[in-house]
Design a protein around this ligand. Structure first.
Ligand SMILES: Nc1nc2c(c(=O)[nH]1)N[C@H]1C(S)=C(S)[C@@H](COP(=O)(O)O)O[C@H]1N2
Ligand SMILES: [Mo]
Length: 201
């Protein structure tokens, strides 16, 4: 059963819906969801650091990052506060492409994503290296606005939005899982919207 609420549609729980995960509302808007202030970063000073359990740490400036191979992706976006925006076109650089610049230690199993402003989020290497995970600088054809994480954000379509870290500035390889900003505060370590992994038990 679908209840139309203006332009927002309640996704049904039985799968007979608008292809949104359970408990989500579909919206065509793109709400801004940030804890704390929007970051604004001067591209001249922007840096991205790959560190932790790697053979040799690497730091990239904006030009070096933008010289990496680019890709375009259509993907859904699901926020744990229950809105889903089903059609998004992202332009960016695949997580796996950036990862080629280092050699993770044999014991590396998880990553912590780091951001300007101090926000962090964790995920397994298996999730991060899925072929739809990318660092995006464009959304629906336009430069990514700073409210939405510009100049660069991570996009992890198969996880709730809090894993899609805005204003990314680094990736840390780890030998075991550890909670990021929201995971410390009770959000689920995995955050799979199709399993409704909203909060940890
Ligand atoms: N650095 C940072 N990244 C963040 C957040 C944040 O507060 N800080 N919020 C997360 C949450 S909860 C969601 S749903 C998405 C929202 O992205 P949007 O504001 O572009 O819609 O960003 C995620 N990434
Ligand atoms: Mo969110």
């Amino acid at each position: 059963m679908l209840k139309k609420l203006g332009r927002i549609t309640r996704a049904a729980r039985n799968g007979d819906d608008e292809n949104a995960p359970p408990g989500q509302f579909v919206t065509e808007k793109f709400p801004v969801l940030t804890f704390g202030p929007t970051q604004s970063i001067d591209l001249d000073k922007w840096r991205f650091r790959i560190f932790g359990l790697v053979d040799e740490e690497v730091t990239l400036d904006w030009k070096q990052f933008m010289d990496l191979e680019k890709t375009t992706l259509g993907a859904e976006f699901h926020c744990v506060t229950q809105w889903s925006r089903l059609q998004n076109t992202w332009e960016g650089i695949a997580f796996t492409e950036v990862m080629k610049l280092v050699k993770p230690g044999p014991g590396a199993s998880h990553v912590m994503v780091h951001c300007y402003g101090g926000y962090t989020t964790n995920m397994s290497l298996e999730v991060a290296t899925d072929n739809d995970v990318l660092y995006a600088y464009k959304h629906d054809g336009a430069a990514l606005e700073s409210d939405h994480g510009g100049p660069l954000r991570l996009v992890v379509p198969k996880r709730y939005g809090w894993k899609s870290a805005k204003w990314v500035n680094g990736i840390e390889f780890m030998a075991k899982d550890a909670p990021g900003f929201w995971e410390v505060r009770g959000y689920h370590m995995e955050g799979d919207p199709w399993k409704e992994d909203r909060f940890s038990a």
